[in-house]
Design a protein around this ligand. Sequence first.
Ligand SMILES: CC(C)(COP(=O)(O)OP(=O)(O)OC[C@H]1O[C@@H](n2cnc3c(N)ncnc32)[C@H](O)[C@@H]1OP(=O)(O)O)[C@@H](O)C(=O)NCCC(=O)NCCS
Length: 211
Amino acid sequence: MAGAEALAGVEIWQVALDRSADMDDYATTLDDRERARAAGFAGTAERRRYLVSHAAVRRILARRMRVRPADVRIAVGRHGKPYSPERPDIQWNLSHSGELALVAVAPDRSVGVDVERVRPELDRAAFAARFFPPEDVAYIDRSPERFALVWARRESCVKAAGGRLTQGLRLPVSGPSPQLVRDPAGILPGAWLVLDIPVPPGFRAALAISV
Ligand SMILES: CC(C)(COP(=O)(O)OP(=O)(O)OC[C@H]1O[C@@H](n2cnc3c(N)ncnc32)[C@H](O)[C@@H]1OP(=O)(O)O)[C@@H](O)C(=O)NCCC(=O)NCCS
């Protein structure tokens, strides 16, 4: 499966996290694990972002599952990927960076999403040269925007696989969007259709869906 077919039924939601809101309202739809995590944030802004993003996930899934947000059951996989155990037909993933979150939902196929803030202040050239494949280093060419994009593409694959960041560092992702990505070293088994997602200026984002 490739191209448009792989994207049939896929939804991508953008969520603004810094809205003023009654945090108690958001908390009521979350489960005990989510509430405990929310309580662990020292800062109010971080807690609010957590509550808003996770309540949004529940609202989006509830609509698709035709249940109440509080009744969406969420379990967590080996490396921390949340999923809905009773509904393997509804795969989803969340990403957040600063005040922006993305939620991707896909029927039956593993999906990963990643949003990254562009950070011009960081010189990631040495990091890229050490870990990324040479074609990705050449594509980045010291551009912070391209670094953020390449990072988002790579992390979206890792997240689709439910893996760990370190497993995806050598994935080649500098092709044109959409592209088919595989790990030549086989560290992260699978194949993904990866495409760039339009997000507000200052961010870059990508979606990966298993094919
Ligand atoms: C998965 C991972 C790449 C996400 O990194 P991140 O910079 O926090 O990125 P995002 O904001 O895009 O994603 C966070 C969300 O993805 C989901 N998520 C968490 N672990 C995940 C995984 N292994 N695969 C897919 N999705 C995952 C959660 O919904 C999480 O939201 P929450 O933290 O608010 O619950 C990174 O946390 C990782 O490598 N985890 C594996 C465990 C590990 O090695 N942790 C050490 C930190 S590197």
